[in-house]
Design a protein around this ligand. Structure first.
Ligand code: FAD
Length: 492
């Protein structure tokens, strides 16, 4: 016997940063909307959004070398770097608005200034980074970026990375003081706390089993109470599937045509975490290196200062791995169950095309602890095995989809899928992820609430003043907005 509950305007599936952001935007733009949230775990932000499950980088292309492409003539294309930086500016503006309006308290709980740095070894890479910085520095978004090859200066930024370095190979570092470390788990918690106070009903230990369309065009969501095993159904005009890695199987359940010919490939991750407080306090930066040949972009190694509950910590990684689970707390059958008649060719095509990724993942899985420490010693030559422990990071499910020309393309970005009538949206993929949650959710709103969105424009500009403009083309606007944002978020 299932219980049928009364209808709401919106159902958000999953208690991660994406649902938290969409719920908050909707409550601001259309406060009368009734919203329910279902989360299978006992708290919000416990899967990929949890602080230990991601790297907490406020992705702004201040340090990630893979966001700029080098041409054969040595030129550097900065288009993607600008796009990602602009997206993060939207997130920061929205968070600053929530602090200013008293909806988020204590921004230091979720955002801290931590310099973003890039690190390269070898002449070719040094030449690349010089060209990169020269191109980026011409844009206002990167005006604070500095490059150094001077040993004393580099030592003053990151002593652990310079001490004990014996090789003659040239190295270079860039430094940008405007970088941030974001605790997306704490932010998710605080956003849901605020939503609860505004009447949003958030139910934990509730697993969504099925989503189907009713005869009258609304969505019927079947939910299992994991404490009592009782199954209930809920009805809504609009459903957002923000279930992280588990979004794909739920999207498949809807049966909409946009859910076909899409597959998912899970990639798991490990970090090394420093256990020695004397070491932790001697490093204050997020330092990104270059990805190994054949490595997927999310495996770029980085040495990261993190802030968790006011405590500083130090992580290195991620090391990639393979697990067939779609969530860290998922099932070993997730991958196999996601193979359907409509996506089997898509998935097999990707399998054939992505042999280098498969080889890379196998090589990562085979790494011993000593070998992981050797990778760390490329960054931190004097690192000692006894000062580091291994922790498991979150699961990412990369999207595999067909394009007009080819089948089975593995994507490393995020993908918003919406139904033709705009009553359902799902978020697939993981990168650059949480940093761009506000931009992604604006996209969802634009695609699903097109008519309302035009009416909401004035309110959107109040919350996110640069919305619809490019800060990268408008120095004066950037400086004016940035002054306010840094004041409210208490960052550089
Ligand atoms: C190793 C790693 C490093 C990363 N580093 C960064 C970084 O440095 N910067 C950055 O911006 N991003 C980073 N990301 C990406 C970022 O973590 C994700 O993009 C973001 O957390 C995704 O949020 P979400 O809300 O979509 O998913 P999640 O946080 O995973 O939330 C989904 C929620 O849905 C729930 N759920 C699942 N199925 C159901 C169901 N059937 N019923 C009810 N609830 C369900 C889950 O329990 C979970 O709480 C990283 C990710 C990983 C894995």
């Amino acid at each position: 016997m299932t219980t049928q509950h009364s209808k709401t305007d919106v159902i958000l599936i999953g208690g991660g940063i994406m649902s938290a952001t969409l719920g908050t935007l909707l409550k601001e733009l259309s406060p009368e909307k009734t919203i329910k949230v279902f989360e299978r775990l006992s708290q919000p932000g416990e899967e990929s959004s949890n602080v230990w499950n991601n790297a907490g980088t406020g992705h702004s292309a201040l340090c990630e070398l893979n966001y700029t492409k080098e041409g054969k003539d040595g030129s550097v294309d900065i288009t993607k770097a600008i796009k990602i930086n602009e997206q993060f500016q939207l997130s920061k503006q929205f968070w600053a608005y929530l602090v200013r309006t008293g909806q988020l308290e204590r921004p230091e709980r979720f955002i801290q200034s931590v310099p973003h740095m890039s690190f390269v070894i070898g002449e070719d890479n040094v030449n690349f980074i010089k060209n990169r910085v020269a191109s980026l520095q011409q844009n206002v978004l990167f005006e604070k970026m500095i490059l150094s090859q001077d040993e004393e200066e580099m030592k003053s930024w990151v002593p652990l990375m310079i001490e004990g370095r014996s090789s003659d190979e040239p190295i270079a570092l860039t430094y940008d003081e405007t970088g941030t470390d974001v605790n997306f788990g704490a932010l998710t918690n605080d956003l849901f706390h605020n939503l609860e106070q505004r009447g949003v009903h958030i139910q934990y230990k509730q697993e969504v089993l099925n989503i189907s369309k009713s005869a009258k065009g609304t969505w019927i969501v079947e939910v299992k109470d994991l404490t009592t095993n009782k199954v209930s159904t809920y009805e809504a005009d609009f459903v957002f599937i923000g279930a992280g890695g588990a979004s794909l199987p739920l999207l498949q359940k809807t049966g909409i045509k946009e859910s076909k010919h899409i597959g998912g490939f899970p990639v798991s991750g490990l970090f090394l975490r420093c256990t020695n407080p004397d070491i932790i306090k001697r490093h204050h930066a997020k330092v990104y290196g270059k990805a190994a040949v054949g490595a997927p972009p999310m495996s770029v190694p980085h040495l990261d200062t993190r802030f968790v509950d006011g405590q500083r910590s130090l992580l290195f990684g991620p090391f990639a791995g393979f697990s067939p689970k779609f969530l860290k707390t998922g099932s070993y059958l997730d991958l196999i169950k996601s193979v359907k008649p409509n996506n089997i060719v898509t998935m097999l095509s990707a399998g054939i095309k992505e042999m280098s990724l498969t080889k890379y993942l196998i090589s990562q899985l085979m790494l011993s602890n000593d070998e992981r420490m050797d990778d760390l010693r490329v960054f931190f030559p004097n690192a000692k095995n006894e000062d580091w422990e291994v922790i498991t990071a979150g699961q990412r499910v990369q999207v595999i989809k067909d394009t007009e020309d080819t089948k089975g393309n593995l994507q490393f970005g995020t993908e918003v899928i919406t139904s033709e009538d705009g009553t359902l949206a799902a978020l697939l993929g993981a990168s650059p992820g949480a940093s761009t949650a506000v931009d992604i959710m604006f996209d969802v709103l634009q695609r699903c609430y097109g008519e309302d969105f035009k009416q909401w424009e004035a309110k959107i500009k109040e919350m996110v003043p640069s919305f619809g403009n490019k800060l990268s083309d408008n120095e004066e606007m950037y400086h004016a907005i940035n002054k306010e944002v840094t004041k409210y978020l208490n960052v550089k």
